[in-house]
Design a protein around this ligand. Sequence first.
Ligand code: GLN
Length: 191
Amino acid sequence: MLVIGIAMLQGSRHEHMESIRKASEDLDAEIEIRELRKSTDVDGIHAVILPGGESTAMKIAARSEDLYEELWKYIASKQIPVLGTCAGAILLSQKNLISTKIRRNAFGRQINSFESELSIDFEDQDRFHGVFIRAPRFDGKAVNPIAWLDDEVVGVSENNIIALTFHPELTDNLLFHQWLISSAKHNLDSK
Ligand code: GLN
């Protein structure tokens, strides 16, 4: 059974849970969704979602239970597929799990939340509806970009990790959630 972890400390975790459940139905894949709250929840997961929310609040919530320390070690050593959205992408960059740099709240006040069509280059798809909420911006050179808002990179795929500054869990498009399940399944089958 594929075990998909979702970091449950803060943010849009219930929306991600719904998307991953629907994606598993579409793919006819049996999954167990594991809610990650403390370090002992991490062992045995085959993929993980780091939701958006407020990265500072997440770090404070995680401190008492050391969830993140365990999670970063596990991701680095097991190379499991990771989907990090918005604040999740911020954490991945701050922990150097992706090498693309990121700036928090970088769209400024007036337009800190907006929606826009994106172009993507991922799994044979070229369009995606982007929902941005107090979004960060990638900074400097993006490694392996997969999504663009006009000319600006808003998604990267580095090794086993996808980091997006927008929120796919707030759309009906399950592309990234399906990717997470498929690649976890692929890893498990090839063991
Ligand atoms: N502004 C948030 C932060 O800096 C990220 C926003 C989001 O995840 N929707 O942590």
